[in-house]
Ligand binder design. Structure first.
Ligand code: RIB
Length: 310
């Protein structure tokens, strides 16, 4: 069983030609509301795309925004530990998705910031605890230490980017970050490989967008080129990656196999709009990994060179 402890946000999304620069107003296109939040997205990815028994600890307000978030998690068969916060609004995110499929996100965390150490449920039967950084860092740290104490593997997606206390990093078994997040965690940021070497976590996975990803397992490096797709909206792709990776590990897969499935799932998530609405079914991931067995030599070379491995 995977326990995801983290945020749930209702996403208010507008598409536009480009993401506005500071002080600029852009006339957008269509507007939609989707269930989101890094924690909830990852829980849905674990359960729906990864097929793993999943429970989520989350906090919501007593308002109309909470219902769609709880419904989406239940539909994905995520069991819930819900903290109701009467005097705070449910978390919301305001997202602009550009024609390039990139996004800019502003989160109003609301009730998410009320998750505290005493809310952690019993860890009996939990194999992995998966967390992100849209709940307070002291809470994340307390949960990680409690999980480490019980022999539960701690997986941290250090997003959004922020510096972390050393006692938290020391309790993490697997760290998942993008390049920007990785740079925030090291005192002397440089190339990906240099930054990776400065992180004292046994397994670190760095996602590199369209290039693919790089993982360090102890002293060994592993790369996975991205799958070829046409992206329409990258929102939730990183969350899908994290959820599917942990679901595969929960089911006994090796790290290379888990990373390959997670990469395929993240690619598929970019082909659909929204966060939880874009998370693929397990069969779609199987189909993509069966059809795209090898990446092109040019793409592999470019990935190795970007990582400083060639
Ligand atoms: O990672 C995407 C998510 O970030 C969105 O769903 C939004 O809610 C923010 O948490």
């Amino acid at each position: 069983m995977i326990l995801v402890a983290g945020s749930a946000n209702l996403d208010f999304v507008v598409r536009a030609h480009h993401i506005p620069a500071p002080g600029e107003t852009v006339l957008g296109q269509d507007f939609n509301i989707y269930p989101g939040g890094k924690g909830a997205n990852q829980a849905v990815a674990c359960a729906k795309a990864g097929g793993a028994p999943t429970r989520m600890l989350l906090a919501v307000g007593q308002d109309a925004h909470a219902g769609p978030l709880l419904d989406s998690l239940r539909t994905a068969k995520v069991a819930l530990n819900t903290v109701l916060v009467p005097d705070q609004p449910t978390g919301c995110a305001f997202i602009c998705v550009a024609d390039s499929a990139e996004n800019a996100i502003t989160v109003a965390p609301g009730a998410n910031l009320c998750l505290q150490s005493q809310h952690l449920p019993e860890l009996e039967g939990v194999s992995h605890l998966l967390m992100q950084l849209e709940i307070p860092i002291p809470t994340v740290t307390a949960y990680a230490l409690a999980a480490r104490e019980k022999g539960v593997k701690v997986v941290l997606n250090a997003a959004p980017a922020q510096p972390l206390p050393i006692e938290l990093l020391e309790a993490v078994d697997i760290l998942i970050v993008n390049e920007g997040e990785l740079a925030t965690l090291v005192p002397h940021a440089g190339a990906v490989l240099v930054n990776l070497a400065q992180i004292a976590v046994p397994c670190v996975v760095v996602t590199l967008g369209q290039r693919g990803c790089l993982a360090r397992l102890g002293n060994n490096f592993l790369t996975q080129a991205s799958f070829d797709i046409t992206a329409v909206d990258t929102t939730g792709a990183g969350d899908t990656f994290c959820g599917v990776l942990v679901a595969a590990l929960d089911q006994g897969d090796t790290i290379p196999s888990a990373i390959r499935q997670a990469s395929a799932a993240a690619a598929l998530a970019c082909t659909r709009a929204g966060a939880q609405s874009s998370i693929p079914a397990a069969n779609d991931i199987l189909a993509l990994t069966a059809t795209q067995t090898d990446s092109s030599p040019e793409k592999t070379r470019a990935l190795l060179s970007w990582c400083g491995l060639a």
